[in-house]
Design a protein around this ligand. Sequence first.
Ligand SMILES: Nc1ncnc2c1ncn2[C@@H]1O[C@H](COP(=O)(O)OP(=O)(O)OP(=O)(O)O)[C@@H](O)[C@H]1O
Ligand SMILES: [Mg+2]
Length: 159
Amino acid sequence: MLFAFMSLTKVNRFLATEDDTLALGRSLAPLLEPGMVIHLRGDLGAGKTTLARGLLRGLGYEGRVKSPTFTLLEPYKFSRLNLYHFDFYRFLDPEELDDAGFREYFNPQSACLIEWPEKAPDLPPADLDITLDPAPEGRAVTLTAQTEIGRRCLDSLKT
Ligand SMILES: Nc1ncnc2c1ncn2[C@@H]1O[C@H](COP(=O)(O)OP(=O)(O)OP(=O)(O)O)[C@@H](O)[C@H]1O
Ligand SMILES: [Mg+2]
């Protein structure tokens, strides 16, 4: 019984081309809820920023989507929610999270997309965890809901 309670909602897909990755991002855009945290996992070049770009396009952003590799954060305040795109690959100092005021970005009015969450300790837990795995051609992707919000999102994605 406990097992049924703990059961995770998972969605597996194969993304044959970059356009498929963008399309998945787009399809997530209308499902984003304020306060949501999404962790984007996968090795260098796996397609995390591509997915984030698709999501931003889906929210209506036409401009250039830069990788936040050096800035750690790109804020987007144009839509129904403030979207913050983080990349913690170069994150070195755990105190930076507090010093840079990053914690304030995790609030009920924002949605946060985080590349390389494993490099920053003590991040807010993810509602949705998305892992991209490079295949010889294309990418395998697994979306795992970790909270009720994440589950709602995946349920809508599946239908
Ligand atoms: N489904 C796919 N099939 C093939 N190529 C893809 C697919 N999705 C994305 N790509 C390509 O893979 C590369 C991924 O780059 P991207 O910057 O999105 O990776 P990343 O995971 O953000 O890497 P980093 O960790 O360096 O930030 C891009 O060149 C993109 O065109
Ligand atoms: Mg990236």
